[in-house]
Design a protein around this ligand. Structure first.
Ligand code: HEM
Length: 233
């Protein structure tokens, strides 16, 4: 099949799944910002996205997108390394030296950091919230009290620091991924290419800064509650 056999087909799969994941992150960041204004409103969203059938279907679809994106990234990276040997970015060592972005050369490593951070994040939130609700386990924080989980997680400076590092890696990964996806999908005129690059950079910066604002607000006590479960440290 063209989509899975050819290099360009694999890139199309990566681009489409990547754009879908950016859209999910945009929704997720907007949702999180609500926590800066109202604990009740944030928890109402968490309850809506809890162990309901449509939320579980959404989670499965999201997991499929991440799996496709990761598997095809892995295959393409292996193919590129095999084809190019040690001279992986010929352009960066010859005519265009210095012009190939750092993020472009390190997409796979950045993606790996993003995946590792995601595993920690899914444990902190998805496992303690949606999964706990599905299996009916309740700790000292209710599985629908997303606000309390955020407050608990970021009251620990180690977690706050790890999340900032994770979000910075995600920032680099997405800012290259965004315009690269549009290039693969056929946006190649110089004017539109540059426009999409600017749109992508601004979009990704806004999304990541919304995530970082939440971490910083809860880590510094600008937002949060005392709760009765202490810190996540
Ligand atoms: C300040 C940063 C973040 C906070 C406070 C946060 C908070 C949360 C919370 C509370 C949930 C559980 C929602 C629920 O089950 O109702 C969740 C789920 C999730 N988060 Fe985050 N998140 C953050 C950043 C991120 C980032 C950067 C990513 C991806 C790179 C991400 C990916 C996910 C995924 C995949 C889920 C599971 C969604 C599902 O069950 O369908 N989160 N997050």
């Amino acid at each position: 099949m063209w989509l899975t056999n050819s290099s360009i087909g694999k890139k199309v799969i990566m681009s489409v799944t990547g754009i879908a994941l950016i859209l999910f992150l945009t929704f997720h960041a907007c949702m999180n910002v609500v926590a800066l204004f109202s604990a009740d409103a944030y928890n109402a969203i968490c309850a809506f996205l809890g162990a309901n059938w449509y939320a579980v279907v959404g989670t499965a679809a999201l997991a499929a997108l991440v799996a496709l994106h990761f598997v095809f990234a892995f295959i393409l990276t292996l193919q590129n390394r095999k084809a190019r040997g040690s001279n992986r970015y010929a352009v960066s060592t010859k005519v265009n030296a210095g012009k190939v972005e750092w993020a472009a050369k390190n997409m796979f490593v950045l993606g790996l950091i993003v995946c590792l951070g995601m595993l920690l994040h899914l444990y902190n939130f998805w496992y303690n919230m949606m999964f706990a609700e599905i299996v009916g386990v309740e700790g000292c924080i209710s599985p629908t009290d997303g606000y309390a989980f955020i407050a608990k997680t970021f009251s620990c400076p180690v977690y706050a620091g790890l999340y900032i590092v994770w979000l910075l890696a995600l920032w680099f990964h997405l800012s290259h991924g965004f315009w690269s996806a549009f290039q693969t999908l056929g946006v190649n005129g110089k004017i539109w290419f540059n426009r999409w690059k600017v749109i992508g950079n601004v979009w990704v910066a806004v999304v990541i800064l919304m995530f970082i604002a939440v971490v910083v607000a809860f880590a510094t006590g600008l937002a949060g509650c005392c709760g009765n479960c202490g810190s996540a440290c």
